[in-house]
Ligand binder design. Structure first.
Ligand SMILES: [Zn+2]
Length: 249
Protein backbone atom coordinates (compact mmCIF):
# COMPACT_ATOMS: atom_id res chain seq x y z
CA UNK A 1 0.00 0.00 0.00
CA UNK A 2 2.78 2.37 0.93
CA UNK A 3 3.75 4.03 -2.27
CA UNK A 4 6.66 6.11 -1.06
CA UNK A 5 9.68 5.99 -3.37
CA UNK A 6 8.79 2.75 -5.16
CA UNK A 7 11.81 0.49 -5.03
CA UNK A 8 12.74 -1.83 -7.84
CA UNK A 9 12.96 -5.53 -7.15
CA UNK A 10 16.69 -5.30 -7.61
CA UNK A 11 16.89 -2.65 -4.88
CA UNK A 12 14.72 -4.77 -2.62
CA UNK A 13 16.95 -7.75 -3.21
CA UNK A 14 19.98 -5.65 -2.41
CA UNK A 15 18.34 -4.50 0.83
CA UNK A 16 17.68 -8.10 1.78
CA UNK A 17 21.25 -9.10 1.01
CA UNK A 18 22.55 -6.16 3.04
CA UNK A 19 20.29 -7.13 5.93
CA UNK A 20 21.48 -10.70 5.71
CA UNK A 21 25.11 -9.56 5.78
CA UNK A 22 24.52 -7.48 8.90
CA UNK A 23 22.80 -10.35 10.68
CA UNK A 24 25.44 -12.84 9.58
CA UNK A 25 28.11 -10.65 11.19
CA UNK A 26 26.08 -10.49 14.39
CA UNK A 27 25.63 -14.26 14.29
CA UNK A 28 29.36 -14.70 13.91
CA UNK A 29 30.07 -12.54 16.95
CA UNK A 30 27.52 -14.42 19.01
CA UNK A 31 28.89 -17.73 17.89
CA UNK A 32 32.38 -16.68 18.87
CA UNK A 33 31.16 -15.61 22.28
CA UNK A 34 28.64 -18.42 22.55
CA UNK A 35 31.25 -21.16 22.65
CA UNK A 36 33.69 -19.47 24.98
CA UNK A 37 31.48 -19.17 28.07
CA UNK A 38 30.64 -22.85 27.70
CA UNK A 39 34.32 -23.76 27.37
CA UNK A 40 35.11 -21.64 30.44
CA UNK A 41 32.42 -23.29 32.55
CA UNK A 42 33.45 -26.77 31.34
CA UNK A 43 37.02 -26.04 32.39
CA UNK A 44 35.87 -24.72 35.75
CA UNK A 45 33.91 -27.93 36.33
CA UNK A 46 36.87 -30.07 35.36
CA UNK A 47 39.20 -28.11 37.64
CA UNK A 48 36.80 -28.47 40.55
CA UNK A 49 36.67 -32.22 39.96
CA UNK A 50 40.45 -32.47 39.79
CA UNK A 51 40.88 -30.42 42.96
CA UNK A 52 38.50 -32.72 44.82
CA UNK A 53 40.35 -35.75 43.49
CA UNK A 54 43.72 -34.44 44.60
CA UNK A 55 42.32 -33.54 48.05
CA UNK A 56 40.88 -37.04 48.41
CA UNK A 57 44.17 -38.64 47.38
CA UNK A 58 46.04 -36.53 49.91
CA UNK A 59 43.61 -37.60 52.64
CA UNK A 60 44.24 -41.23 51.70
CA UNK A 61 47.95 -40.57 51.93
CA UNK A 62 47.55 -39.07 55.41
CA UNK A 63 45.60 -42.15 56.50
CA UNK A 64 48.44 -44.32 55.24
CA UNK A 65 50.95 -42.18 57.09
CA UNK A 66 48.90 -42.69 60.25
CA UNK A 67 49.03 -46.44 59.64
CA UNK A 68 52.83 -46.24 59.41
CA UNK A 69 53.09 -44.23 62.64
CA UNK A 70 50.89 -46.70 64.51
CA UNK A 71 52.74 -49.73 63.18
CA UNK A 72 56.12 -48.18 64.03
CA UNK A 73 54.93 -47.77 67.59
CA UNK A 74 53.94 -51.42 67.58
CA UNK A 75 57.40 -52.39 66.33
CA UNK A 76 59.01 -50.41 69.15
CA UNK A 77 56.64 -51.94 71.66
CA UNK A 78 57.46 -55.44 70.47
CA UNK A 79 61.17 -54.71 70.49
CA UNK A 80 60.94 -53.43 74.06
CA UNK A 81 58.92 -56.45 75.18
CA UNK A 82 61.29 -58.84 73.43
CA UNK A 83 64.25 -57.18 75.12
CA UNK A 84 62.51 -57.40 78.49
CA UNK A 85 61.62 -61.08 78.04
CA UNK A 86 65.17 -61.84 76.91
CA UNK A 87 66.46 -60.11 80.04
CA UNK A 88 64.09 -62.23 82.14
CA UNK A 89 65.43 -65.36 80.48
CA UNK A 90 68.64 -64.84 82.46
CA UNK A 91 66.78 -65.26 85.71
CA UNK A 92 64.41 -68.14 84.95
CA UNK A 93 63.78 -70.54 87.78
CA UNK A 94 62.31 -73.46 85.89
CA UNK A 95 61.77 -74.85 82.42
CA UNK A 96 58.09 -73.92 82.40
CA UNK A 97 58.97 -70.28 82.91
CA UNK A 98 61.69 -70.63 80.25
CA UNK A 99 59.19 -72.05 77.74
CA UNK A 100 56.62 -69.41 78.55
CA UNK A 101 59.13 -66.60 78.01
CA UNK A 102 60.36 -68.07 74.76
CA UNK A 103 56.80 -68.34 73.57
CA UNK A 104 56.24 -64.67 74.40
CA UNK A 105 59.42 -63.67 72.60
CA UNK A 106 58.38 -65.63 69.53
CA UNK A 107 54.98 -64.00 69.56
CA UNK A 108 56.46 -60.51 69.86
CA UNK A 109 58.75 -61.23 66.93
CA UNK A 110 55.76 -62.30 64.87
CA UNK A 111 53.93 -59.14 65.94
CA UNK A 112 56.92 -57.10 64.91
CA UNK A 113 57.14 -58.81 61.52
CA UNK A 114 53.46 -58.21 60.93
CA UNK A 115 53.82 -54.52 61.80
CA UNK A 116 56.84 -54.21 59.53
CA UNK A 117 54.91 -55.84 56.71
CA UNK A 118 52.08 -53.35 57.18
CA UNK A 119 54.57 -50.49 57.11
CA UNK A 120 56.05 -51.75 53.82
CA UNK A 121 52.59 -52.12 52.29
CA UNK A 122 51.57 -48.63 53.37
CA UNK A 123 54.81 -47.22 51.98
CA UNK A 124 54.16 -48.90 48.63
CA UNK A 125 50.64 -47.50 48.58
CA UNK A 126 51.97 -44.03 49.38
CA UNK A 127 54.40 -44.26 46.46
CA UNK A 128 51.53 -45.21 44.15
CA UNK A 129 49.34 -42.41 45.53
CA UNK A 130 52.16 -39.90 45.07
CA UNK A 131 52.41 -40.80 41.39
CA UNK A 132 48.68 -40.28 40.91
CA UNK A 133 48.73 -37.04 42.90
CA UNK A 134 51.62 -35.75 40.83
CA UNK A 135 49.87 -36.67 37.59
CA UNK A 136 46.58 -35.09 38.68
CA UNK A 137 48.35 -31.94 39.78
CA UNK A 138 50.05 -31.69 36.38
CA UNK A 139 46.68 -31.94 34.62
CA UNK A 140 45.20 -29.47 37.08
CA UNK A 141 47.96 -26.96 36.40
CA UNK A 142 47.51 -27.19 32.64
CA UNK A 143 43.72 -26.84 32.92
CA UNK A 144 44.13 -23.80 35.13
CA UNK A 145 46.43 -22.27 32.53
CA UNK A 146 43.85 -23.04 29.80
CA UNK A 147 41.15 -21.44 31.91
CA UNK A 148 43.15 -18.26 32.35
CA UNK A 149 43.66 -17.98 28.59
CA UNK A 150 39.98 -18.62 27.82
CA UNK A 151 38.80 -16.18 30.44
CA UNK A 152 41.04 -13.43 29.09
CA UNK A 153 39.91 -14.24 25.55
CA UNK A 154 36.28 -13.95 26.58
CA UNK A 155 36.85 -10.66 28.38
CA UNK A 156 38.65 -9.28 25.35
CA UNK A 157 35.97 -10.42 22.92
CA UNK A 158 33.18 -9.05 25.09
CA UNK A 159 34.82 -5.66 25.33
CA UNK A 160 35.86 -5.46 21.69
CA UNK A 161 32.62 -6.68 20.21
CA UNK A 162 30.22 -4.74 22.33
CA UNK A 163 30.77 -1.63 20.27
CA UNK A 164 30.58 -3.56 17.01
CA UNK A 165 27.42 -5.34 18.07
CA UNK A 166 25.72 -2.08 18.92
CA UNK A 167 26.73 -0.54 15.61
CA UNK A 168 25.48 -3.59 13.68
CA UNK A 169 22.20 -3.67 15.55
CA UNK A 170 21.66 -0.01 14.76
CA UNK A 171 22.51 -0.62 11.12
CA UNK A 172 20.09 -3.53 10.97
CA UNK A 173 17.38 -1.44 12.52
CA UNK A 174 17.70 1.33 9.96
CA UNK A 175 18.00 -1.16 7.10
CA UNK A 176 14.79 -2.88 8.19
CA UNK A 177 12.90 0.38 7.81
CA UNK A 178 13.53 0.27 4.09
CA UNK A 179 12.26 -3.29 3.64
CA UNK A 180 8.60 -4.18 3.14
CA UNK A 181 6.88 -5.82 6.08
CA UNK A 182 6.05 -9.05 4.22
CA UNK A 183 9.67 -9.53 3.20
CA UNK A 184 10.85 -8.81 6.73
CA UNK A 185 8.43 -11.35 8.12
CA UNK A 186 9.61 -13.99 5.66
CA UNK A 187 13.21 -13.02 6.30
CA UNK A 188 12.89 -13.33 10.09
CA UNK A 189 10.93 -16.56 9.86
CA UNK A 190 13.46 -18.26 7.57
CA UNK A 191 16.39 -16.97 9.59
CA UNK A 192 14.94 -18.47 12.74
CA UNK A 193 14.19 -21.76 10.99
CA UNK A 194 17.83 -22.49 10.17
CA UNK A 195 20.74 -22.91 12.56
CA UNK A 196 23.06 -20.96 10.27
CA UNK A 197 20.63 -18.02 10.27
CA UNK A 198 20.68 -17.66 6.50
CA UNK A 199 17.49 -16.36 4.89
CA UNK A 200 19.15 -14.96 1.78
CA UNK A 201 21.58 -17.19 -0.09
CA UNK A 202 23.55 -17.10 -3.29
CA UNK A 203 22.86 -19.75 -5.86
CA UNK A 204 26.05 -21.35 -7.00
CA UNK A 205 26.79 -24.15 -9.45
CA UNK A 206 23.08 -24.45 -10.27
CA UNK A 207 22.22 -25.11 -6.62
CA UNK A 208 20.72 -23.31 -3.67
CA UNK A 209 23.50 -22.03 -1.41
CA UNK A 210 21.39 -22.91 1.61
CA UNK A 211 20.14 -26.43 1.00
CA UNK A 212 22.07 -27.35 -2.17
CA UNK A 213 18.93 -28.35 -4.03
CA UNK A 214 19.19 -28.02 -7.78
CA UNK A 215 17.62 -24.89 -9.26
CA UNK A 216 15.78 -25.25 -12.56
CA UNK A 217 17.39 -23.36 -15.46
CA UNK A 218 14.34 -21.14 -15.93
CA UNK A 219 14.56 -20.04 -12.29
CA UNK A 220 18.25 -19.35 -12.62
CA UNK A 221 17.47 -17.00 -15.49
CA UNK A 222 14.84 -15.26 -13.39
CA UNK A 223 17.21 -14.92 -10.45
CA UNK A 224 19.74 -13.21 -12.71
CA UNK A 225 17.13 -10.86 -14.12
CA UNK A 226 16.33 -9.34 -10.71
CA UNK A 227 12.71 -8.83 -11.76
CA UNK A 228 11.16 -11.17 -9.22
CA UNK A 229 12.04 -12.36 -5.76
CA UNK A 230 12.79 -16.04 -6.20
CA UNK A 231 12.45 -18.48 -3.32
CA UNK A 232 14.13 -21.90 -3.16
CA UNK A 233 11.39 -24.48 -3.57
CA UNK A 234 13.06 -26.77 -1.08
CA UNK A 235 14.15 -24.58 1.82
CA UNK A 236 12.23 -21.35 1.25
CA UNK A 237 15.32 -19.16 1.29
CA UNK A 238 15.53 -16.12 -0.91
CA UNK A 239 17.91 -16.74 -3.80
CA UNK A 240 20.23 -14.14 -5.28
CA UNK A 241 22.93 -14.39 -7.90
CA UNK A 242 26.60 -13.94 -6.91
CA UNK A 243 26.97 -10.66 -8.88
CA UNK A 244 24.22 -8.99 -6.94
CA UNK A 245 25.54 -10.28 -3.61
CA UNK A 246 29.04 -9.11 -4.46
CA UNK A 247 27.77 -5.63 -5.22
CA UNK A 248 26.86 -5.21 -1.55
CA UNK A 249 29.51 -7.28 0.19
ZN1 LIG B 1 17.27 -24.15 -0.79
Amino acid sequence: MAKKAEKTIEEKLKDLVALQNIYSKLDEINKLKGELPLEVSDLEDEILGLEKRVARLKEDREDLEDVITTQRMKVKESEALTARYEEQLNNVKNSREFDALNKEIEMQKLEQQLAEKRIREAEEQITAKNAVIEESEEILKSRQADLEVKKKELEKISAETLKEEKALAKKAESKRKGVEERYLKAFDRIRKAYANGLAVVIYERDSCGGCHAKIPTQKQVEIRQHKKIIICEHCGRILVDPELAEAIA
